[in-house]
Ligand binder design. Structure first.
Ligand code: ZN
Length: 280
C-alpha cells in the first residue's frame, strides 16, 4: 500500500482540528468537532488534544491486537482516551470532545475499513467506485433545521444558533441520533464497516479517506464526481484536492452548508498493487 496525505486548516488559521495518521498497516483521518464560541465542554483539553490522543491510542490498539476488528480496537482506543483525560474532566458533559473516524487497514490479501460520522471513504474496486459514508449526522442536522424552523420568527440568530448546538449535543451518541468517537466506547459498534479483497476481479485498487472539509469538493461545491476526485488525487496528490476546495471556498463563500465559510480539510490517498492469484 502506497500512501500520500495532506491536511490543512483554512488560510489564516493555525489550529487544525483534523488529523491524519499512519500506524503500520493502519491509516486514518480524524475530524475533531469544533467548539462553538461561548460553549462549555466540561474538559480542560479540547478537540485538538482529543484527536491526537485518539490517533495515538488507535495506533497502540492496532500494535497490541492486530487481529482484532477495527470496531473492537476503536472501542479500546476510546476507552483509553477516557483515562487520558486524567479524571479532571466531566466525560458525561454533552459537549465532551468528539471526532469523526475513517480508518483503512491493509491486511495483506484484504482491506478492512471503518467510517464513523461524516468522514467518507472512496473505494475503487474492480471497475466500480463506491463511497462509504455515515449519513446519520446529516439526517440529524436536517431534522434539527426543521425543529429550528418552528422557533418564533422574532428569534435572533444568536439564540437560534445556541438552540441548534444544544439540541445537536443531545443527539450525540444516542439511538436515533448520530454516533461519533467521544467518551462512549459503544459508539464504535455503530460504525459503518466492511472488508474488500486485494485479489481477484473485485480487488481494491485505490482508496481515499476524507474529512468533510475535503469531501466538500464533491458534496458541497460539485467540482467533480467521486471518480473525478480519485483521478485528481492520483494525478496531482491529496494537496491538490485541498487547493481546489480552498479556491471554491473563496469563490462561493455562500455555498457552505454550515455557518463557517471554510473548514479544516484532509485527504489520505492509498494505492494498491494488484496481486495475482499466486500471491506474486
Ligand atoms: Zn479532558
Amino acid at each position: 500500500m502506497r500512501v500520500r496525505s495532506a491536511s490543512a486548516p483554512p488560510p489564516g488559521r493555525t489550529v487544525n482540528e483534523d488529523l491524519v495518521f499512519r500506524a503500520g498497516p493502519l491509516v486514518g483521518v480524524l475530524d475533531g468537532a469544533t467548539v462553538p464560541d461561548g460553549f462549555d465542554i466540561g474538559c480542560v483539553h479540547g478537540p485538538q488534544w482529543y484527536v491526537r490522543h485518539l490517533a495515538a491510542r488507535l495506533g497502540l490498539a492496532e500494535a497490541a491486537r492486530p487481529a482484532a476488528t477495527l470496531v473492537s480496537n476503536l472501542a479500546a482506543a476510546i476507552l483509553a482516551v477516557r483515562a487520558d483525560h486524567g479524571g479532571q474532566c466531566d466525560l458525561d458533559h454533552p459537549g465532551t470532545p468528539s471526532s469523526t473516524v475513517c480508518l483503512l487497514r491493509d491486511g495483506g490479501d484484504q482491506v478492512d475499513y471503518l467510517v464513523l460520522c461524516d468522514s467518507p471513504l472512496v473505494l475503487e474496486t474492480g471497475d466500480r467506485v463506491d463511497v462509504v459514508s455515515d449519513d446519520r449526522l446529516a439526517v440529524s442536522t436536517a431534522s434539527l433545521r426543521a425543529t429550528a424552523a418552528e422557533l418564533p420568527e422574532s428569534t435572533d440568530p444568536e439564540t437560534r444558533f445556541r438552540y441548534a448546538v444544544t439540541v445537536q449535543r443531545q443527539w450525540m451518541n444516542r439511538t436515533h441520533g448520530y454516533w461519533v468517537a467521544a467518551a462512549d466506547p459503544d459508539a464504535a459498534y455503530h460504525a459503518v464497516v466492511g472488508t474488500v479483497p486485494l485479489r481477484g476481479p473485485d480487488a481494491l485498487r485505490r482508496a481515499v479517506l476524507l474529512t468533510d472539509g475535503a469531501s466538500a469538493a464533491v458534496e458541497e461545491f460539485g467540482l467533480f464526481d467521486w471518480v473525478g476526485l480519485l483521478d485528481l488525487v492520483t494525478a496531482e496528490g491529496p494537496g491538490a484536492l485541498i487547493d481546489r476546495v480552498r479556491a471554491a471556498e473563496r469563490d462561493h463563500p455562500d455555498r457552505r452548508r454550515r455557518h463557517k465559510p471554510a473548514d479544516d480539510a484532509s485527504a489520505v490517498y492509498c494505492e494498491f498493487t494488484r496481486l495475482d492469484d499466486n500471491g506474486a
